[in-house]
Design a protein. Structure first.
Length: 251
């Protein structure tokens, strides 16, 4: 049976905080001892905060392309300049919407740059994604390995919109210690037919499950431990979930 344990006893995270220690304290406060196949799902926001990924918009000087896109999308030109700096290319730009391919490969709104829930007195500050979310997840797990005999897998998640569907759901930006993508091609279904295209986005599924308790608003629940999973596939980072540009189905 799958269990999702919310971890709410985490204080406001600030740059240079020892995030691994804060998360470990929250796990211990919940009277949980990590075991095999446990997954610690952590919101991207607290990882970015601990890594100091804040930018003050007052320091940003927009260039000509940012000014052009700002006029088209009706967004702050300074924000658009940051979005362009974090992106490899623009996918869609219409009023109030700017979709780009983040330099990590994720296709997302505003390059993942956010101003919500980034702490009191934020002013004109915005928060960028981690530089390398898979590396951030791996660092956390390595620290957990010094604290527990069986460290949990670590998943860094964020909320994404989806084409053709209303509402956001959580996806994995970074992962360590679990198979983010399980390839079942070549296996047979119950009728003996060979699976030809089936690949399972395990990390995204776990992220969405954890998102049921972490929330999107004022819940104040930045992490959750997911228990009851099992896998035999080798570990893969979240980057394994990103479809290569040459396989883009919608260009």
């Amino acid at each position: 049976m799958i269990q999702i344990h919310p971890l709410g006893s985490i204080p406001e995270v600030r740059p240079s905080d020892d995030l691994a220690r804060l998360l470990a304290d929250a796990i211990e406060a919940a009277a949980i001892v990590p075991g095999s196949f446990d997954v610690l799902a952590v919101t991207q926001k607290i990882v970015s905060k601990a890594e100091g990924r804040f930018v003050d918009l007052a320091t940003v000087r927009p260039g000509p392309e940012a000014m052009r896109l700002a006029g088209l999308t009706r967004k702050d030109p300074r924000l658009v300049e940051l979005i362009l700096a974090e992106s490899s290319h623009v996918i869609r730009a219409v009023p109030h919407i700017l979709i780009t391919r983040h330099r990590s490969g994720h296709a997302m709104a505003n390059a993942g740059i956010d101003q919500s829930n980034i702490g009191p007195g934020s002013g004109e500050r915005v928060l960028l994604l981690p530089v390398d979310s898979d590396a951030s997840a791996e660092r956390l797990r390595q620290t957990f390995a010094t604290l527990w005999p069986t460290p949990p897998a670590v998943l860094i998640m964020d909320s994404f919109g989806r084409p053709w569907r209303h509402g956001v759901t959580c996806v994995a930006l970074g992962a360590s210690g679990l198979p983010s993508l399980v390839d079942r091609r070549g296996e047979c279904d119950r009728d003996g037919r060979t699976l030809e295209v089936t690949q399972i986005a395990v990390a995204d599924m776990v992220a969405t499950a954890a998102g049921l308790v972490t929330g999107e608003g004022a819940e104040g629940m930045p992490a959750a431990l997911v228990r009851g999973l099992h896998w035999t596939a080798a570990s893969q980072p979240a980057s394994a979930l990103i479809r290569p540009v040459e396989q883009d189905l919608f260009r």
